[in-house]
Design a protein. Structure first.
Length: 412
């Protein structure tokens, strides 16, 4: 499993050598007190420090709350008597007095419940055990990170007096150390023929006055339930063979980087010139666009005024139309009433006309009957006339007239 360096924890091979060395130095400091002991590395991170302690300890447990860090440690440091567990530093899954040595390097400042952590360490620490804890100096750390800002992974940072006071409230016996990077010159003997370095003792001379706590990089405290004897100065020399040579190489790398940055700067200047030219062109276009926009705004303002005028005219027209509609509605209502009355009159006239038609039909029927009667009567009259004519022409009638007999048949 690959773990990415984010600044929260140190990963060998992914951090600057100086940063890694200041962490390794703390574990080297603690390794002197780990021989033959049961050790807990609280907040072990990626496990490189727990592996260093396991070289001399009876057993080592590395605990970290991050699952990816524990997985990384298990994959990279499969050593005897070394195990890694996922656990919170404020709730350690171990019995009381389970460890002879507890170390917590650059952990306490990451914990919101750091007081609970100190109480938990006191619980799992054996009566004769020791607790080694380190933290950065808040004053120095703030100054060194003035450009980058506060560390987002730190919950609480300590000044020297606060650090000492909080530890003293939990542990009755404390030995305090100041950790700093120092300049040094090493004299290391070689075997004859230059085959390699000779073993043996190491002598260290430390000159100069004592560093003030407020000016130190880190604070390291060795805490215990019982009094401790001896607090010697400890010097850690990294495996680098020649610091001066490495610095020269580093300077050469920085000079190369500086040249690349100069080239980048020149290119950036040219790009800036091009951008400035483009900016002026865009500025000119923008000014023309602004003038066009101003003209458009004026036209829009005039159009808006005309629209407002038309809206007023429309409102007036709507008012007049509503009045005319009301007038027409009244007129329509009047005409509707007149039409209703006219329809009633027409219905009455139609009924009267229908009655007249009925009377006319009856009169026609009477005329037809009387015409037929008159025609029949006329036929009878004609028939009687014909009979009378025949009678008058009869000789018997003529004879009777002469003798004075028979009816008077003289025509009138």
């Amino acid at each position: 499993m690959r773990t990415e360096f984010t600044g929260e924890r140190v990963i060998p091979g992914q951090v600057d050598a100086d940063l890694l060395n200041e962490h390794l130095a703390r574990y080297a400091f603690a390794a002197r007190l780990a021989r033959g002991k049961r050790v807990l590395d609280a907040g072990c991170g990626t496990g490189y420090g727990a592996a260093e302690l396991a070289k001399s300890a009876l057993s080592v447990v590395g605990a970290d709350i991050a699952a990816e860090a524990v997985s990384f440690a298990r994959g990279h440091y499969p050593l005897p008597y070394l195990e890694f567990e996922q656990a919170s530093c404020t709730a350690l899954p171990h019995a009381d007095a389970a460890f002879d040595l507890v170390v917590a390097f650059e952990v306490i400042e990451h914990l919101a419940g750091w007081r609970e952590f100190l109480v938990e360490v006191r619980r799992v620490l054996a009566p004769t055990g020791q607790f080694i804890v380190s933290t950065p100096n808040k004053l120095y750390y703030a100054e060194s990170r003035s450009g980058a800002g506060a560390n987002p992974f730190h919950a609480h940072e300590f000044e020297f007096d606060e650090f000492r006071g909080e530890l003293s409230a939990i542990f009755p016996h404390i030995s305090l150390f100041l950790e700093n990077h120092v300049e040094g010159v090493a004299f290391r003997p070689l075997l004859e023929g230059g085959a390699g370095e000779a073993g043996g003792t190491t002598e260290v001379r430390v000159d100069g006055g004592e560093t003030a706590p407020a000016e130190s990089h880190f604070f390291v405290a060795v805490c215990a339930h019982r009094p401790q004897t001896g607090n010697p100065t400890f010097v850690y020399v990294p495996s680098a063979a020649n610091v001066l040579r490495e610095r020269e190489l580093h300077i050469a790398l920085l000079e190369g980087e500086l040249r690349r940055k100069d080239d980048w700067l020149e290119k950036s200047k040219r790009d800036l010139t091009d951008l400035d030219r483009e900016h002026r062109k865009l500025t000119t276009e923008l000014e023309e666009s602004n003038r066009w926009a101003e003209r458009l705004n004026r036209e829009l303002a005039a159009s808006g005024a005309r629209i407002e005028e038309l809206q007023q005219e429309l409102a007036a027209a709507q008012t007049a139309a509503q009045a005319r509609i009301a007038e027409l509605d009244l007129e329509n209502l009047t005409k509707s009433e007149w039409a209703r009355q006219l329809n009633a009159q027409l219905d009455a006239k139609l009924q009267e006309l229908a009655q007249c038609v009925e009377y006319l039909h009856q009169a026609e029927k009477t005329v037809e009957e009387r015409t037929r009667w008159a025609q029949a009567l006329h036929a009878e009259v004609e028939q009687l006339r014909r009979k009378l004519a025949r009678l008058e022409s009869s000789r018997w009638v003529r004879l009777g007239r002469r003798v004075g007999l028979g009816p008077d048949a003289d025509p009138q």
